[in-house]
Design a protein around this ligand. Structure first.
Ligand code: SF4
Length: 118
């Protein structure tokens, strides 16, 4: 069994929801304030693929650059993606939407910048 924690974005209340589940079945849901949020959290927990969001270091800067994959990647790749981002450095200038890594982790999707840093 695993636990997926998520912040519900269905409405502005942004409830923090935990889902206990395995690959195909949900055992318990905690933290939701309504049924819509529960359904969204279950859908998120059981999804096999998701857009990866992370941060990478900019050479010569203290601030981190927010990044994400252009498309969905398998959730099982997320640990590898986190490790990659932790060790990756990028020089300035960077524009929002720039492709930072093509075919990120052989997933077929690119890793892109979510911010401009000049
Ligand atoms: S669980 Fe319901 S009340 Fe909470 S953020 Fe989601 S939609 Fe809004």
């Amino acid at each position: 069994m695993q636990v997926t924690n998520t912040t519900c974005t269905v409405c502005r209340r942004n409830c923090f929801i935990s889902v206990e589940h395995d690959d195909h079945e949900v055992y318990a849901v905690y933290g939701n304030s309504c049924h819509r949020g529960k359904e969204a959290a279950i859908e998120e927990a059981l999804a096999k693929e998701k857009k990866f969001l992370g941060e990478i270091k900019i050479i010569g800067e203290k601030e981190l650059l927010p990044v994400r994959t252009e498309g969905l990647i398998p959730k099982e790749k997320f640990a590898e993606a986190e490790a990659f981002c932790k060790n990756f450095r990028i020089p300035k200038p960077i524009r929002i939407g720039d492709i930072l890594v093509e075919n990120f982790l052989n997933t077929g999707v690119h890793l892109i910048s979510l911010k401009t840093v000049s």
